[in-house]
Ligand binder design. Structure first.
Ligand code: NAD
Length: 263
């Protein structure tokens, strides 16, 4: 049974190290949002499987938080099937972006993005659900995007993959519910990570304008709150979904988008 602590009217705070004894698999955990999740889940007491293609960076994160590095290319289905199958929490986070109009979009790049951002989450959840079902508890957190809820031109592979992840998350929610397993998405707008820093640099060069103007004029055009969100803020939302007050939240998609989807 979940423990709901009395907070005396104050905002509910997660109970310290509430993931002690749990194993958490985070993909793309060597950088950006994934690294912030790895740190946050470790602080909550979990042992973290730090999964990433970037070996040195993954090992550095694992060493920092006392986790285990798994250096795997998630675009390789056979390699994905070597990952641990005993995670209590899966955070499907690894992702990549490619920007081009559909008529010029490289076919292999489109397929790669689906393999990393759709097929790998499916394979990882498929492998870990039996363990979660056996224990009667599990949490799946899918790092989707505002682009899981809205489209942008020139991002066909990414928007397709994120919409697919949204659908998969809901099916996992329905199947997992009788077994104590929840599945949810979080949907950030632009987050201050290398994935976005690269886009800022690229757009600045393409448009011949300074980087801060790219952020203000292009990236924050659709958000009401005019700043990028930080990786640690996304990690705290992911952690909340695995916490003692979130057991009834499943099949949901939680926008962290500064009001983008309010329009
Ligand atoms: P990032 O580039 O900082 O980190 C992504 C990590 O995924 C990297 O460490 C990379 O090595 C790893 N990765 C990529 N391809 C891989 C593969 N084939 N196998 C194993 N690892 C692989 O990116 P980020 O901004 O932290 O993005 C993380 C997630 O958050 C992505 O799913 C992204 O779509 C999503 N997201 C990001 C933003 C944003 O603005 N940065 C917004 C919404 C959603």
């Amino acid at each position: 049974m979940d423990i709901i602590e009395s907070t005396g009217g104050r905002a509910a705070a997660p109970v310290g190290r509430f993931l002690t004894g749990r194993k958490v698999l985070v993909t793309g955990a060597a950088s950006g949002i994934g690294r912030a999740c790895a740190r946050a889940f470790a602080e909550a007491g979990a042992h973290v499987y730090v999964v990433d293609l970037a070996g040195d960076a993954a090992k550095a994160v694992a060493e920092e938080i006392g986790g285990t590095a798994h250096v795997v290319d998630l675009s390789d289905p056979e390699a994905v099937d070597t990952l641990p199958d005993d995670a209590d929490v899966v955070v499907n986070n690894a992702g990549l972006q490619y920007v081009a109009p559909i008529h010029d979009f490289p076919v292999e790049r489109f397929a790669l993005i689906q393999r990393v951002m759709v097929e790998a989450p499916f394979r990882i959840v498929r492998r870990t659900l039996p363990h979660m079902y056996e224990r009667g508890w599990g949490r799946i957190v899918n790092i989707s995007s505002v682009h899981g809820l809205r489209a942008s031109a020139f991002k066909s592979a990414y928007v397709t993959a994120k919409h697919a992840l949204e659908g998969f998350s809901k099916v996992a929610a329905l199947e997992g519910a009788p077994h104590g397993v929840t599945s949810n998405c979080v949907n950030p707008g632009y987050v201050r990570t290398p994935l976005v820093e690269d886009q800022i640099a690229g757009q600045a060069a393409a448009h011949g304008i300074p980087a801060d103007e790219v952020v203000e004029r292009i990236m924050l055009d659709r958000t009401a709150i005019k700043r990028l969100i930080e990786p640690a803020e996304v990690a705290q939302a992911a952690l909340f979904l695995c916490g003692p007050h979130a057991g009834f939240i499943t099949g949901a998609s939680i926008p962290l988008d500064g009001g983008w989807t309010a329009r």
